[in-house]
Design a protein around this ligand. Structure first.
Ligand code: ADP
Ligand code: MG
Length: 500
């Protein structure tokens, strides 16, 4: 309903009109043209047409943004009380909800996802994340320690902001990924240079404007749009950056960690996943089928927690695979901006080609496409919901993060949990997993065996701002969300005072 209000062209708060502008960088609270004068096109993935243009920031722009962030860190932001910081972050949450229709429209146009998912899911979640961390700004206390050394002592810790943080985010949840990074950094008193993904940079620019409206001092949140290999690499290597936080692919995470070595900036990484979904024979199958389908196909599978390896007990295998295939086939495919759409395109031509290449390799190796596996006959970067059977664990489709609506189905036989746990853990990734069962004992025992940062039981892709999210193994370093994310943005200082 809100969508209709903002859809009239030219009206203020019109997401589409905002998208279609030429966008400058956002540095020191102002719109600044890129030093190179270059712009880059942002595409509508549902048609391949150019939606708008953003500045192509590069090293010189990164330098300017880091300087602005440093000035704000040493100046106005450090002079504000935690309570003032808290109120600004809370106001930003209010503004996000006041502009929900506009932000949802921008998010859906540049990413392609269904407008309902933006409007009722991602945008309110983004506001929630800011609200939660607004509360933390006033609760970052140190502690006092009781030491045993002879004499009189007063020893305590302080939690201090790390300083200037660089944050590089992906295109799959452009607003939520921004909030996961920006909100805890603001709460702790850090300043930020944000580099959104080149495919989806526009929502971040609108959000930075709203942050200024909320009262954020100039230079606290800077947005440098541009490519990863240039702007992103410059940020990762920058000696003026104290901490870098990244969400994206494992390969890029490795490049960022390597670049960060120079000044040993602190690094946190939320990387790829290859989540197993395990369906035990006692599960409520209607619920499990619906959950497995949405776990695999939600956001066109472009979620690091997406269920990509579906392990189903042989007794219920045929029924589950048939059910998931039916649900996939029933999803209405289309441009995200159409309210009837349930499955949008994947984000880019490159992404679409990569998905089909991985499927093709699987087919050559003997995998069987149970359903889907084709590009529907329409423009835009669509991929039909796909189930792959007869897979082996060595196939790329079983090992690589596909980031499309593609799931491998694998039957298992034993009623013990060790075999299926071993298969589920046979991956370099360890981000998320899901178990479907009504047997409490099996649920808890299997949850303990799975090597992943999140285990969902009888649900999938459930994230709450209170719940730490991040990876075991090559899925990353550190945890976003919850109280743990505050540790990523604070240094602990110990003060030991002898009282003579
Ligand atoms: P994809 O290749 O699917 O776009 P990435 O993980 O490479 O996924 O991209 C996620 C984010 O990382 C984007 O903002 C992108 O611009 C950025 N990025 C890509 N390569 C680099 C790099 N070498 N250094 C820093 N950032 C990068
Ligand atoms: Mg890349």
């Amino acid at each position: 309903m809100i969508i209709q209000d903002v859809a009239a062209p030219g009206q203020s708060g019109d997401g589409e009109a905002f998208v279609r502008r030429d966008h400058m960088l956002f540095i020191g609270g102002k719109q600044v043209p890129p030093v190179s004068g270059q712009m880059l096109d942002v595409e509508d993935p549902s048609s391949g047409e150019v939606l708008g243009r953003v500045a192509e920031g590069d090293k010189a722009d990164v330098d300017a943004a880091v300087m602005a962030a440093r000035r704000a860190f040493e100046g106005p932001w450090s002079e504000m009380s935690p309570s003032e910081r808290s109120r600004i972050i809370w106001r930003l949450a209010d503004l996000i909800l006041d502009h929900a229709g506009e932000l949802a429209t921008i998010n859906t146009l540049e990413n392609g996802k269904p407008i309902g998912d933006s409007l009722n899911g991602e945008v309110p979640f983004t506001a929630d994340v800011f609200r939660y961390y607004a509360g933390w700004a006033t609760k970052l206390n140190g502690e006092t320690m009781t030491v045993s050394a002879p004499g009189n002592w007063h020893t305590y810790t302080r939690r201090e902001p790390i300083g200037v943080t660089a944050q590089i985010i992906p295109w799959n949840f452009p607003l939520a990924m921004l909030a996961w990074k920006v909100a805890p950094a603001l709460a702790t008193g850090c300043t930020i240079v944000l580099k959104p993904a080149e495919q989806t940079p526009i929502g971040a620019l609108r959000l930075a404007e709203l942050a200024m409206e909320a009262g954020l001092p100039e230079g606290v949140l800077n947005v440098v749009t541009g490519y990863g290999a240039t702007a992103g690499a410059a940020l990762s290597a920058h000696p003026g950056v104290d901490k870098i936080a990244f969400t994206g692919s494992t390969a890029t995470g490795r490049a960022i960690a390597t670049a960060a070595i120079g000044n040993l900036k602190k690094v946190s990484l939320e990387l790829g996943g290859k989540a197993p979904t395990i369906i035990l024979p006692d599960a409520d199958l209607d619920m499990a089928i619906a959950g497995a389908a949405s776990g695999s196909f939600f956001n066109a599978g472009q979620s690091c927690g997406a269920g990509t390896r579906l392990y189903v007990h042989r007794d219920v295998y045929d029924r589950v695979v048939e059910g998931v295939a039916e649900q996939g086939a029933a999803m209405q495919m289309g441009a995200g901006i159409d309210p009837a759409t349930q499955l949008g395109p994947v984000v880019s031509k490159k992404q679409q080609s990569r998905i089909f290449r991985i499927l093709e390799e699987g087919r050559d190796d003997g995998a069987e496409i149970v359903c889907g596996g084709f590009a529907p006959n329409r423009e835009g970067y669509f991929v039909s919901p796909t189930i792959v059977g007869n897979v082996r664990s060595s196939m790329a489709v079983m090992r690589e993060e596909v980031f499309g609506p593609v799931v491998c189905a694998i039957p298992f036989d034993d009623d013990g949990l060790d075999e299926v746990a071993r298969a589920a853990n046979d991956t370099e990734y360890g981000l998320a997993s899901a178990i479907w069962t009504n047997d409490l004992s099996k649920a808890h025992r299997l949850a303990a065996k799975i090597k992943a940062g999140t285990v969902w039981v009888n649900t999938h892709n459930f994230n709450d701002v209170t719940m730490p999210f991040g990876g075991f193994k090559q899925s990353g370093w550190g945890r976003d969300l919850g109280a743990q994310a505050l540790d990523l943005y604070t240094e602990t200082k110990t003060v030991a005072m002898r009282l003579p």
